[in-house]
Design a protein around this ligand. Structure first.
Ligand code: ATP
Ligand code: MG
Length: 481
C-alpha cells in the first residue's frame, strides 16, 4: 500500500486530495499544521510521498521538507505553492524536493500524473534523462556535484513557464544551459531565439525585441515582428541582460508583469507567452545596488536563479570536456600525457569552457600529425593573456617530411579556421591573423625545403627555381617564429 502524507492548513484542499488519492488506492494521511506534523512519529510511520504546503500558520513547508528528508530520505516530496511563492518553491527543489505544484490546481490530471510518476520512480531515472537531453544540446554533464545539482534544478524548472536568470563567468556555459532548459521544456518543439542585449544599439534592440511599424523610424521601410511575438510559444534568451539600457529595462518589466508590449511606432498592444531566460556574466545584484539595473526587473527575472560554477571549481570535469571537444575532429587521434593533463588541470582557466575549447582546437590545428600524444612540453600557458596557446615550435612538422605532412598540416589548419569561423565562440581576429602569419612562414619553409632537397642542397638553384632572391630564401629559412 502506498502511504501518502498531505500537509495543508486549508481543510478543503486536504479533503480534496485525500478523496482523489484514496480513490486511487493510496493510504492517505492529512495534517493541517506544523504541530500536527510533528506529532507523527516519523520513525514508525513511513511515507512513500508527501505533499507539503509551503505556507502554514505555525511553520513553513521548507522546515517540514527538511525534517522529512532527514528522517525518511526515500520519501518523495512535493511542495504546494501559490504563484507568489514560486521562488521559495524552487528553493525547495534545491533542498531536495522532487517537484512543486501551483495552487489552485487547475489541471487535476496533471496533478495525478505528477504523483503517479513520482511514485513510479520516474524521478530516479531523471539523471539518465537529464544526461541524454543535455547531450542532445552539446552540454556535457560531468562528475561535479554542484553542476549535477544545477542541472537537476534546471531540468525541474524547465517543465514550468517561469523566468530563469543564469549567472556565471564568461564561457562557463550559460548559453548551452539555456538551450538545455528549452530542450527539456514542453516548448522544445517551438523556437529558441537568443539576443545579445550588449551587442546592438538601444533602438535596434528595441525594434528587435518588440518589432516596429512601417515608418516608425528612418529606414523602417517595412513592418517587422519582434522576438517577443516570434518566440511567443517558444523561449527567448536575453544574453548579457545587464547591458540592457534603462528604457529597455522598463519595457521588459512591462512584458514580465503584464505579458504585453507595444511594437515601436505602434499603439497596438500585443500579448506574448514567451518563456524568458536571461543571462549575465556580471553580478546583477551589484548592478541593482549601484542603481544601474532596476530592482523590480531584477526580482521579476530572478524567479529561478542558476549560477554556473567556473571551470576552476569543477576541474574533475576537464578530461570529459576535452574528450567532447576532440570528438569534433573526426579522424584526429590525439591524447594527452599524464604530465600534460596535470598541467592543464593546474591552470586556472579564467575563460572557462570556451577557453578550454579554443585551447584544444588550436592544439589539434597546430600539432604534428605524427605525434599522437601531447606532452607538457607541447603546452605553454601564457601568463600575459588569458588565452593559453600551444606554442612549442615544431620545425620538422612540415619542413623535412614532405607533402604528406604539408597536406595534413593544411587540413588541420582549414579545420581550425573553419571551426572558428562557424563556431559560436568569441573570435580573436588579431590572434588568428597572427597565427596565419606563422602558417605563411611554415608553408614558405616547406616549399624551400622541398626545393632544396630536389636541388641537391644548392641554395642558389633552389632560389632560382622558386623565383626568389637568395636573400629572401635565407630570410625565410631563418625567420624567427
Ligand atoms: N558543459 C559543457 N559541455 C560542453 N560544452 C560546453 C559546456 N559548457 C560550455 N561549453 C562550450 O563552451 C563554449 C562557451 O559556452 P557558452 O557560450 O554557453 O558560454 P557563456 O557562459 O554563454 O559565455 P559568455 O558569458 O561569454 O557569453 C561553447 O562552445 C559551449 O559549447
Ligand atoms: Mg553567452
Amino acid at each position: 500500500m502506498t502511504n501518502l502524507l498531505i500537509v495543508d492548513d486549508e481543510k478543503e484542499i486536504g479533503h480534496f486530495l485525500s478523496h482523489l488519492f484514496t480513490a486511487k488506492g493510496y493510504n492517505v494521511k492529512v495534517v493541517n499544521s506544523g504541530k500536527e506534523f510533528f506529532s507523527i512519529n516519523l520513525s514508525l510511520q513511513k511515507f512513500h510521498a508527501a505533499m507539503i504546503d509551503l505556507k502554514l500558520p505555525d511553520t513553513d513547508g521548507l522546515t517540514l521538507l527538511q525534517q522529512i528528508k532527514k528522517k525518511q530520505p526515500r520519501c518523495k516530496t512535493i511542495i504546494m505553492t501559490g504563484y507568489s511563492t514560486i521562488k521559495t518553491a524552487v528553493e525547495a527543489i534545491k533542498f531536495g524536493a522532487c517537484d512543486y505544484i501551483e495552487k489552485p490546481f487547475d489541471d487535476i490530471d496533471l496533478l495525478e500524473k505528477q504523483i503517479d510518476d513520482l511514485l513510479e520512480d520516474k524521478d530516479t531515472n531523471a539523471d539518465e534523462h537529464i544526461k541524454h537531453l543535455a547531450n542532445e544540446v552539446g552540454l556535457i554533464t560531468g562528475k561535479n556535484e554542484t553542476m549535477g545539482k544545477l542541472l537537476h534544478t534546471a531540468y525541474k524548472v524547465a517543465q514550468k513557464n517561469i523566468t530563469v536568470l543564469i549567472e556565471g563567468e564568461t564561457g562557463t556555459g550559460k548559453e548551452v544551459l539555456s538551450r538545455f532548459i528549452h530542450h527539456a521544456s514542453p516548448r522544445s518543439h517551438e523556437s529558441f531565439i537568443g539576443v545579445n542585449c550588449g551587442a546592438i544599439s538601444e533602438p535596434l534592440l528595441e525594434s528587435e525585441l518588440f518589432g516596429h511599424e512601417r515608418g516608425a523610424f528612418t529606414g523602417a521601410t517595412q513592418q517587422r515582428k519582434g522576438l517577443f511575438e516570434i518566440a511567443s510559444k517558444g523561449t527567448l534568451f536575453l544574453d548579457e541582460i545587464g547591458e540592457a539600457s534603462r528604457s529597455i529595462q522598463v519595457k521588459l518589466l512591462r512584458v514580465l508583469e503584464a505579458r504585453e508590449f507595444m511594437p515601436v511606432g505602434s499603439e497596438k498592444i500585443l500579448r506574448t507567452n514567451t518563456r524568458l531566460i536571461a543571462a549575465t556574466n556580471k553580478h546583477l545584484f551589484e548592478a541593482v545596488q549601484k542603481k544601474k539595473f532596476r530592482e523590480d526587473l531584477y526580482y521579476r527575472l530572478n524567479v529561478v536563479h542558476l549560477k554556473v560554477p567556473p571551470l576552476r571549481e569543477r576541474k574533475e570535469d576537464i578530461p570529459l570536456l576535452i574528450d567532447h571537444i576532440l570528438h569534433r575532429f573526426p579522424g584526429i587521434d590525439i591524447s594527452f600525457s599524464e604530465d600534460a593533463l596535470r598541467a592543464i588541470l593546474s591552470y586556472n582557466w579564467p575563460g572557462n569552457v570556451r577557453e578550454l575549447s579554443n585551447f584544444i582546437t588550436s592544439i589539434v590545428a597546430l600539432s604534428d600529425p605524427t605525434q599522437n600524444v601531447i606532452t607538457a612540453d607541447d603546452l605553454m600557458f601564457s601568463n600575459l593573456t588569458s588565452v593559453p596557446t600551444p606554442v612549442k615550435p615544431q620545425p620538422h612538422t612540415i619542413t623535412a617530411n614532405g607533402e604528406h605532412h604539408l597536406e595534413h598540416y593544411l587540413q588541420n589548419w582549414t579545420n581550425h579556421i573553419l571551426s572558428v569561423f562557424n563556431g559560436k565562440e568569441e573570435i580573436h581576429l588579431e590572434k588568428l591573423l597572427e597565427e596565419i602569419k606563422q602558417l605563411e612562414s611554415k608553408v614558405g619553409k616547406a616549399f624551400i625545403m622541398k626545393t632544396l632537397k630536389e636541388a641537391g642542397g644548392n641554395r642558389n638553384e633552389a632560389a632560382r627555381r622558386l623565383k626568389i632572391t637568395i636573400r629572401k630564401l635565407r630570410y625565410l629559412l631563418n625567420e624567427k617564429r
